[in-house]
Design a protein around this ligand. Structure first.
Ligand code: SAH
Ligand code: ZN
Ligand code: ZN
Ligand code: ZN
Ligand code: ZN
Length: 435
């Protein structure tokens, strides 16, 4: 399956314009092109499908529009903002949150939710950390909501404030947004502002239109239309010299090209703001993503480099530090800032390599032959003279495949490179990076 990208005039599903795909085999297009939902890779979540050359009848178009309308959230963002204003005026004994509907309830609505589970006595502190109140949408193929561990979130925030940024465009990073918002409300001299762009509309209950935009990062769709888009554009104008950085932590389910295309549009929005005077510079960005997507990200953003810092999560069994021994997270920061400026915590074992001019993991040894610190996963890698590069410690050189790989593998050639790591010899499903 290959993505042909956002196409002009694409039909819409409830998640905005659909993306154009085609089936491929051996790197060649095969069969009819079709449109499918940009946000949901699971048909159960959104089953939108249309052949590119399909004639859609007026009746079906009308039915589709009706369907899209009926699948929008029951309250608008504006209504949610008003509801919030009323909610905070309530005494704590009357502040309820319905866990089934994931919704703040006003007293008049209690009746309707009487057989639902709810939380009561919602505190101001809880309202300020919605990512703790809402349950994470862990559905792998759609939301994949994995929340930063406090330590990683704190690290990111310190890093970007130390770098002098005062505005953060938080794209799919509700927890970072929340940390910034609550700090800003507690410490007067903390002058950092954040705008959250996320597809999770539940957040509209807690933030105004200037703090949150309902946004789809796979097709650059603002659900709030031109007004929301304008809010974002305004935020990117660096008034009073307040420098802006974009931080994003997208679901890992693939579609790197769709993400890259949206991020380029956000970058273009920044470049087009008049006050910048950016002369061909790129909007600074942290793209948080697993290290095995490095080559894919660099294909789209050659100016980016990958940092060794391991980003940890709260609700991801694999990507958090275990109680016993340290589980290595594969998630990294990709950035277009100069690597030497990204200072990683020495107390967590990172050190500065003077040759590479960047901070690296403690296990990442400088290879004299490659002349760089080559480990991607934090373990010490070994140099293979035949491959002329460093490889994972668990890999061996296979003379059949003419490259290093896991000892247990089948030597079939697929011709085209793997979708994940770009290397020949295996398909995405058998990629050793994912094991
Ligand atoms: N680590 C981050 C959360 C990352 S999880 C934090 O702690 O702040 C991925 C986030 O992207 C979730 O908030 C999810 O709601 C959002 N998301 C998923 N699909 C999206 C899409 N199509 N468009 C915009 N945001 C999306
Ligand atoms: Zn309810
Ligand atoms: Zn080497
Ligand atoms: Zn080798
Ligand atoms: Zn691979």
């Amino acid at each position: 399956l290959a993505l042909l990208g956002p196409a002009p005039g694409a039909p819409c599903c409830p998640h905005g314009p659909a993306l154009l795909f085609v089936k491929t085999s051996q790197g060649k297009e095969e069969g009819r092109r079709f449109y499918a939902c940009s946000a949901c890779r699971d048909r159960k979540d959104c089953n939108f499908f249309q052949w590119e050359d399909e004639k859609v009848s007026e009746t079906r178009l009308a039915a589709r529009e009706e369907y899209n309308r009926s699948h929008q959230p029951s309250f608008t963002h504006r209504q949610n903002v008003d509801r919030y204003k009323n909610f905070v005026l309530l005494p704590s004994s009357k502040r309820r949150f319905c866990q089934e509907c994931q919704q703040l309830l006003l007293p008049a609505e209690w009746e309707k939710h009487s057989d639902h589970q709810f939380l009561c006595d919602i505190t101001t502190a809880q309202l300020k950390s919605p990512s703790q109140l809402l349950y994470p949408l862990e559905n792998k193929k759609t939301n994949a909501q994995y929340l930063f561990a406090d330590r990683s979130c704190q690290f990111l925030l310190n890093l970007l404030t130390d770098l002098g940024f005062r505005r953060v465009l938080s794209v799919g990073t509700p927890r970072l947004h929340e940390m910034i918002q609550s700090k800003a409300s507690q410490e007067e001299q903390f002058g950092v502002r954040s705008l959250l762009l996320d597809i999770d509309f539940r957040y509209s209950q807690f933030y105004t239109e200037d703090e949150f935009c309902h946004y789809n990062m796979f097709n650059h769709h603002f659900f709030g239309g031109e007004a929301a888009c304008e809010t974002c554009r305004k935020f990117l104008c660096e008034e009073n010299g307040e420098r802006v950085i974009m931080v994003t932590d997208p679901p890992f389910g693939g579609l790197v090209e769709a993400l890259a295309s949206s991020f380029k549009k956000l970058m273009a929005m920044w470049s087009e703001t008049e006050k910048g005077g950016h002369d061909n510079k790129e909007m600074p960005m942290f793209w948080i993503f697993p290290y095995f997507f490095e080559s894919r990200i660099l294909d789209f953003f050659p100016s980016f480099s990958m940092m060794d810092y391991q980003v940890d999560y709260d609700n991801h069994a694999l990507y958090k530090h275990g109680k016993t021994g340290r589980r290595q997270s594969p998630v990294r920061i990709f950035t277009n800032l100069t690597p030497s400026m990204i200072v990683l915590p020495e107390e967590e074992g990172y050190r500065f390599c003077t040759v590479c001019q960047r901070y690296v993991s403690s296990g990442n040894q400088h290879c004299e032959i490659c002349n760089s610190c080559t480990s991607k996963d934090g373990r010490r890698w070994k140099h293979c003279v035949l491959c002329k590069k460093c490889v994972k410690p668990s890999w061996f050189h296979c003379n059949n495949c003419n490259c290093c790989t896991l000892q247990k593998h089948s030597c079939e050639k697929t011709g085209v490179g793997c979708f994940v790591c770009g290397k020949a010899g295996h398909k995405r499903s058998a990629c050793p990076s994912l094991s």
